[in-house]
Design a protein around this ligand. Structure first.
Ligand SMILES: [Cu+2]
Length: 652
């Protein structure tokens, strides 16, 4: 206990030293070689080489940047409401934020991962996990919109997620926090042995990308931190780091730092499929939301899952093995060949590397040193391939280039370290400003990395930008990794915490990017595709307006016969069929956001007028020279008024 305290104390001192780096030093480091500017300069009108999908962390969103320029293109709303795009505000997208806890307006986005085919990025979808109320979202890379969010039951702190297998057979979710499964009223002191950690496997439909909760493995109540799939020879396996194998429930900074080694859990998911097929599972009742956005109706719906198939590893020999790994490992990364499994013990100075072939041999020869809850523990020396020695302080996460190098972030010593796979020798190190968490090389967690840049995503910004009060911008840094030595090229601010990112060559995505939604394919129940469809329909106190918008008017633009106490639904279709001509609409006093409607799309918002009068609405997106003329009025009469419902455009 005492030793741990001293160690943690030393770490906190190291962090203090890093954070107090004198300003003169940073000025000096700010003077980059002039060629660095050329390397990130993308001339006006030209395109970047890479897309970077950078998690917004606690903003709950996913931001799209170009690399090498660091220019921000779009913030894709995922788990948090976004008034700019009406995400979670429009009637169509509200269901996307449904959960078994109700409608939740916020989420904590963590690890995006791009879909793969044969272990290579295929640029079809990005998956991203929500940590707080466990969910996984899928973003369609033809529309850059979130099209599916599925809740993960029996889970809490969905952190080791949302990584995909080599052919996107599965996207996975692993619980960070042990919890009672099923949830029940139990003393927290009974954590040890009673709390569980569910590892979830969500099957991905190869055509549409729809997710389906296939099964869960109910593991001991350790904290499952990060994960990566096997690839090539290790395809069929998934690896998860664990910490808190002590199963502490209080003061984890000390109590979960007691064991010299925690584990990497090696899960044979092909074996799991066999056990499922053989009926070795238990069906557990549960309840989870599954929200799907339909591109034809432009509308999301929620389906409720009611049960889940659960495997108990103690009853399924060969399903899970533990690889002892030093010091509360965070990153769990597999090299492009699939042979090496890298565990980054955050309280260690070394990076531990296991060998997949050695692991298989050890399993065959039953080189076990014990078991934990019926799961065999493999002998460390037998499976260990080596380690990158004394590489820095506090290793967190590793990605790979296409030339046989690993790049590991060190949080405490605030640097990226480049090392050689196989010899484990350190080749180069470069400081980060400051305290890097994850890093990203496009394709760097696949069979085929594109080793041109590494993006460091930092936890602390300090003096790197103009100050903006106590809250300063979050930031990422770009390094050139084409040479022997890394070269810092660029700092750029990010939206929310840049937690992790996925990068992809632009050519894989940009030609498939959708320009409009075809009006003739619009199957929204309240669509108005032409003047004949425009109408206003009363149903009790509910009024539905079938409205259209085109440069530069709404139809209808005058509506009378609305009464105080009505619930007025504006269903608005953008009739434009040109690229980049959205229109917006907002109504005075509406307790919701504007809508921003893409060409060919229908969206709805609800307005409950509380006061008699004549109330205007207008287009919120500057759409044409006559954008300011794009406006209309609704007359609101008293509750008991007998004014007939009527609507018009021009002098009809
Ligand atoms: Cu407009």
């Amino acid at each position: 206990m005492k030793k741990t305290f001293i160690y943690l104390f030393m770490i906190s001192i190291a962090v203090t030293i890093i954070n107090c780096t004198p300003k003169t030093k940073s000025k000096q480091q700010g003077a980059l070689n002039a060629s660095a500017a050329e390397k990130v300069y993308v001339p006006p009108g030209e395109h970047d080489d890479f897309y970077a999908f950078v998690s917004g962390g606690f903003s709950g969103q996913l931001a799209v940047y170009g690399l090498p320029s660091g220019r921000l293109f779009k913030i894709i709303p995922v788990f948090s409401q976004d008034a700019e795009k009406a995400w979670g505000y429009s009637e169509e997208t509200k269901p996307m934020l449904n959960t078994s806890f109700g409608h939740i307006p916020w989420g904590d986005a963590h690890h995006p991962d791009i879909s793969q085919t044969n272990g290579e990025l295929d640029g079809r979808w990005v998956f991203i996990n929500e940590n707080n109320t466990p969910r996984i979202a899928k973003i369609d890379l033809t529309t850059f919109e979130t099209t599916e969010i599925i809740e993960v039951p029996n889970s809490a702190g969905n952190h080791s997620s949302s990584y995909v297998t080599e052919n996107t057979e599965y996207v996975i979710a692993g619980t960070r926090f042990g919890v009672p499964v099923p949830q029940r009223d139990i003393s927290i002191k009974e954590y040890k042995g009673n709390f569980k950690g569910a590892l979830s496997f969500l099957k991905v439909d190869p055509e549409e990308g729809h997710m389906d909760l296939s099964f869960q493995i109910l593991m001991p109540g350790f904290d499952y931190d990060k994960a990566h799939p096997g690839r090539g020879k290790s395809h069929g396996w998934f690896f998860y780091t664990t910490y808190n194998t002590e199963e502490a429930s209080t003061l984890l900074e000390v109590n979960a730092s007691q064991n010299d080694k925690d584990f990497i859990a090696a899960v044979n998911w092909k074996k799991a499929e066999e056990y499922i097929k053989a009926g070795k599972f238990k069906t557990m009742p549960t309840r989870y939301a599954h929200n799907i956005y339909d591109e034809e109706t432009h509308t999301a719906t929620t389906k409720w899952g009611k049960e889940v198939r659960v495997l108990d590893p103690a009853e399924c020999p060969g399903l899970v093995y533990f690889l002892p790994t030093p010091k509360s490992p965070h990153g769990c990364d597999v090299d492009p060949t699939g042979e090496y499994i890298v565990g980054s013990g955050k309280l260690s100075a070394d990076v531990t590397v296991h060998s997949f072939s050695k692991m298989m041999k050890a399993i065959e020869e039953k080189k076990f040193t014990g078991e934990a809850y019926g799961i065999p523990i493999l002998d460390f020396e037998t499976v260990n391939a080596g380690s990158v020695k004394q590489a820095g302080l506090g290793p967190l996460h590793t990605e790979f280039d296409d030339k046989g190098h690993g790049y590991t972030t060190f949080f405490i010593s605030s640097e990226v370290v480049k090392w050689k796979v196989g010899t484990w020798e350190v080749i180069d190190r470069k400081p980060t400003y400051y305290s890097v968490g994850h890093l990203m090389i496009p394709g760097g967690n696949s069979r085929k990395p594109f080793g041109k840049y590494v993006l460091a995503m930092n936890k602390i910004t300090k003096d790197r930008y103009l100050p903006t009060g106590p809250e300063v911008t979050q930031s990422a840094q770009l390094y050139d990794i084409t040479g022997e030595k890394m070269e810092l090229l660029l700092d750029f601010p990010t939206v929310g915490e840049p937690h992790y990112a996925a990068g992809c060559p632009a050519d894989l995505i940009k030609s498939k990017s959708k320009k409009i939604f075809k009006l003739e394919e619009n199957k929204h129940p309240y669509v108005a595709k032409s003047a004949e469809d425009v109408k206003v329909v009363r149903n009790g106190n509910e009024v539905h307006i079938y409205m259209t918008m085109i440069r530069s008017h709404f139809s209808p633009d005058n509506i009378e016969g609305i009464k105080v106490g009505d619930k007025v639904y504006f269903h608005v279709t953008n009739l434009e069929q040109d690229y980049d001509v959205p229109h917006g609409i907002s109504m005075i006093g509406a307790n919701t956001s504007e809508l921003l409607i893409m060409p060919g799309q229908t969206e709805s918002f609800v307005w409950e007028p509380k006061q008699v009068g004549v109330w205007p609405f207008y287009c919120t997106d500057f759409c044409s020279a006559l954008h300011q003329e794009m406006q209309g009025y609704v007359r609101v009469s008293p509750k008991d008024s007998d004014i007939e419902l009527s609507w018009s455009l021009g002098d009809e």
